[in-house]
Design a protein around this ligand. Structure first.
Ligand code: ZN
Length: 117
């Protein structure tokens, strides 16, 4: 799925900036936050577009310790979040018989934080 098709699918006007944002989400299996885009655009621009994507169900918002992280709403939204460094990692959605799961949030401690303890 490319960024242009994805925006069209959700009936969002295609702009260079939106393509740039969506491209980052397509490339990343992990959830992204404003920090990942800070070098490319200001906060207002970022959130204005993100809120549009969110209201169109293109992105899914995950709140971790009061901070907003976003992920493409691809139908397989399983995410691991480290309790210590808050790093997120996209994981395969678990398959459970007779249940249609849309999203999973798993919390724990990542390898790097585990080693420091
Ligand atoms: Zn960690």
């Amino acid at each position: 799925m490319n960024a242009v098709k994805l925006l069209q699918k959700y009936k969002i006007n295609v702009t260079d900036l939106r393509l740039l944002i969506i491209d980052e989400f397509i490339k990343s299996k992990d959830a992204l936050c404003y920090d990942d885009f800070a070098s490319k655009m200001n906060k207002t621009t970022f959130y204005r577009n993100i809120e549009l994507f969110e209201s169109n169900n293109l992105l899914l918002k995950i709140e971790i310790n009061g901070k907003g992280y976003y992920k493409l709403n691809t139908g397989s939204n399983a995410l691991f979040v480290c309790d210590i460094c808050h790093h997120t990692k996209g994981i395969d959605l678990p398959k459970i018989d007779n249940l249609h799961i849309n999203s999973v949030l798993i919390k724990g401690v990542c390898d790097e934080c585990e080693e420091e303890e």
